[in-house]
Design a protein around this ligand. Structure first.
Ligand SMILES: NC(=O)c1ccc[n+]([C@@H]2O[C@H](COP(=O)([O-])OP(=O)(O)OC[C@H]3O[C@@H](n4cnc5c(N)ncnc54)[C@H](OP(=O)(O)O)[C@@H]3O)[C@@H](O)[C@H]2O)c1
Length: 324
C-alpha cells in the first residue's frame, strides 16, 4: 500500500510517499481502508519530534518509532482483529488511527465510531481530534451550562471551529477571537460576537466570561484571568511557539498549582481518545448543530504542503488528506 513515511524527525519535507506492507490488526484492533485523513498540529509535532517532551513520552528519542504519520481517519472497515465485536467488514467508521496517511491503517476499536450519515469522508476525517477536544473542553473540563458566556481564543482553527458550534449547541453565548481575515468564518459558524485580536485587546478586563477556552496565542495566565468572571473557568488547550522542550505546557502546570488558591478555576486539558466522544459528536452533526469547516483537501503526495499551510496559521477551519 501507499503510505506517507519518515525515518528522521524534521520539517514536513522529511515526509514522502512509499510502498509499504499493509498493517495487520491485532487484538482489539480494526483494519480501516482509509478514504480521508485529517490534518492537525499533532501530526506536525510527531513529524518534527517537538517539543522534545513527546520523544521522551515514547515516540522515539532519536528517530520516530512509527514511520507512518496521520491520526484522524475516515474510511471503511476492511477486517477486524480478535475480540472486536462493535464493527464488521464494510462498516463506515471515523476516529483516530495512528498512521492514517496511508491506504490502510489499524485503529484500536475503542477509538472508532460509526461515522455520521450526513457527511462525506473528507468532512468526517476533520472531526475526531479537533471535535473531541472541543467537546471535552466545554462540557467536561469547562462544565458549560446553558446561558453561560464563552470566550473561544483561536476560534477559526481546528479545535476552535468545533468549539464555537458545540458551545452554541449547548446553549452558550459565544464570543470568538480570531484574526481579521477569518471573522466571516467564525460568524458563519454561529459566534454571537467576534473579536479581531490584531485590533482589540480582549484581555483588558472590559468584558468577562464564565468560560474561556485558550486554544492559541500562549497568553500569560495573568492576562487570561482578566477575561474571566470572578467565579469563571479557564481551560488551557494549546498554543504553538511555546518552546522546543515542553512546548508551552508550563502554563498548564502553573494553572494546576495556582487554581486551588483562587475563586476562578484554571485547568489544563489533555484530551482523551475514545469513541464515547465521537458518538456525542455524531449526534450533534446528524442533528445539524455541528458541521465540520473543511477549507480544502490535498492528495497523499501533498501532505507536506498541507502541514506547512496549517503551521503557518493560514487555514480557515480544517485541512484533510483525501486518500481515495
Ligand atoms: N490539549 C489537547 O488535548 C489538545 C488537543 C488538540 C489540539 N491541541 C493543541 O491546540 C492547539 C490548536 O489546535 P488546532 O487544531 O485548533 O490548531 P489550528 O487549526 O492551527 O488553529 C489554531 C488557531 O489559532 C489562531 N491563532 C494563532 N495565533 C493566535 C493568537 N495569538 N491569538 C488568537 N488566535 C491565534 C489561528 O488563526 P488566526 O490567528 O488567523 O485567527 C488558528 O485559527 C495546538 O497547539 C494543538 O497542538 C491540544
Amino acid at each position: 500500500m501507499k503510505a506517507v513515511v519518515h525515518d528522521v524527525y524534521g520539517p514536513p519535507e522529511v515526509l514522502r510517499v512509499e510502498e509499504t506492507d499493509r498493517p495487520v490488526p491485532g487484538e482489539g484492533e480494526v483494519l480501516v481502508q482509509v478514504h480521508a485523513a485529517g490534518v492537525d498540529p499533532g501530526v506536525w509535532h510527531l513529524t518534527a519530534g517537538l517539543p522534545y517532551l513527546i520523544r521522551a513520552a515514547g515516540f522515539g528519542l532519536r528517530a520516530p518509532k512509527h514511520r507512518i504519520r496521520g491520526l484522524d481517519v475516515s474510511g471503511r472497515v476492511e477486517t477486524v482483529g480478535p475480540g472486536v465485536t462493535r464493527f464488521q467488514p464494510g462498516d463506515e467508521v471515523y476516529g483516530i488511527a495512528a498512521g492514517s496517511f496511508a491506504e490502510y491503517a489499524c485503529a484500536k476499536a475503542d477509538k472508532l465510531a460509526h461515522r455520521p450519515a450526513n457527511l462525506t469522508h473528507a468532512q468526517s476525517a476533520a472531526v475526531p481530534i479537533s471535535g473531541a477536544t472541543a467537546l471535552q473542553a466545554l462540557r467536561d473540563a469547562g462544565g458549560l451550562k446553558p446561558g453561560q458566556t464563552v470566550l473561544v481564543i483561536g476560534a477559526a482553527g481546528g479545535v476552535g471551529s468545533f468549539a464555537v458550534q458545540i458551545a452554541k449547541a449547548l446553549g452558550a453565548h459565544v464570543t470568538a477571537v480570531c484574526s481579521t481575515g477569518k471573522a466571516d468564518l467564525v460568524r458563519a459558524l454561529g459566534a454571537d460576537e467576534v473579536i479581531d485580536y490584531t485590533r482589540t485587546d480582549f484581555t483588558d478586563g472590559t468584558h468577562r466570561h464564565d468560560l474561556v477556552l485558550d486554544i492559541a496565542g500562549n497568553r500569560p495566565l495573568s492576562l487570561l484571568r482578566r477575561t474571566l468572571t470572578p467565579g469563571g473557568t479557564l481551560v488551557i488547550i494549546g498554543g504553538e511557539n511555546g518552546g522546543n522542550w515542553i512546548g508551552g505546557n508550563d502554563r498548564q502546570l502553573r494553572a494546576l498549582l495556582l487554581s486551588p488558591f483562587l475563586r476562578q478555576r484554571l485547568r489544563g486539558l489533555m484530551a482523551k481518545e475514545h469513541h464515547a466522544y465521537l458518538d456525542v459528536l455524531t449526534g450533534l452533526i446528524e442533528a445539524g448543530s455541528v458541521t465540520p469547516a473543511v477549507e480544502r483537501t490535498y492528495p497523499l503526495t501533498e501532505v507536506p504542503d498541507a502541514i506547512n499551510r496549517l503551521m503557518a496559521g493560514q487555514v480557515r477551519g480544517k485541512l484533510v488528506i483525501e486518500v481515495r
